[in-house]
Ligand binder design. Sequence first.
Ligand code: SAM
Ligand code: SF4
Length: 323
Amino acid sequence: MRDNYGRTIEYLRISVTDRCNLRCIHCMPEGGVDLMRHEDILSYEEIAAVAAEAAKLGVRKIRLTGGEPLVRPHLHRLVALLKEIPGIETVVLTTNAVLLKDQLPDLQAAGLDGVNISLNAMDRASYRAFTGRDLFDPAREGLLIALDAPQLRVKVNCVPTKGREEQLLQLAELSRDTRASVRFIELMPIGMGAALQGIAKKELLELFHNAFGEPELVEGAHSIAGPAEYVRFPGFQSDIGFISAVSYRFCEDCNRIRLTADGKLKSCLAFPAGEDVKEILRKGGTQQDIKDAIVLCIQNKPEHHLFGLQKTEEDRLMSQIGG
Ligand code: SAM
Ligand code: SF4
């Protein structure tokens, strides 16, 4: 379906939980967050019912996120339900990979197409400083297992912050040494991120240029991944991507809507949640009612986010607003 600005909406991001096993400095406070009540979280069947209506409206790709999606038990069950929906071509996961090693076989058997692994440090001490938890080893194992999994698309996501340049260089080296494309995602002024200083693409490119040589721009690559710019350094196996949502506003290409763990539709990360599909589902609404809610969400999609111009969702955490 097209929205009022002519954008085709074909990508649904689903947050399956607001809970997490890490406390990354740009995302979640050490004390955690006011957690949603279990009974307010959509069941896998409810999520699949919403996804099925979204698919009828043209959604082809689904990303599962959170909080940390793998802390929710039996996530592979949801993957299997989603993969059965006619029209859904791709189901992928964004995860910190701490719990991936044990779950990957079931997830792959259920049809998972790819993982984006969020990794912001390359040694135990730096990982602990960034995430608040001593879990570098399982996260690294999760990444290695994913890289070994045939047919699984693997990307590494990193949010660059000031003072960690040495770690960023080591993370970039993953694109040299493995098949994973590493993407540097600009820090957004959301939740804990608002108090940190990010690093702009230009500065990062300079850092990498000095370390790895002259990069080549990779035209047209990774189009399904959305608005990212990719380069490749000499001798590297994979590309390095830059996603700069705040400084290079790419809202005109935005193709996504979101579903929060407690069943609210969101047409933009930066705007408050809208239609409550949990209410519809639990008050005996029909599939048509859900479809109508999704249509309304798409019709209400704002032209662009207002990060940096006006306060919108900036006081809330990424895990609370749909990852
Ligand atoms: N726990 C999973 C993970 O870390 O991949 C999925 C949820 S997490 C909220 C999804 C992504 O949002 C992660 O890559 C994380 O780095 C990113 N994120 C969180 N807060 C952010 C912020 N303020 N600016 C930019 N990205 C942020
Ligand atoms: Fe958890 Fe992901 Fe946020 Fe880190 S970025 S605290 S892993 S939800």
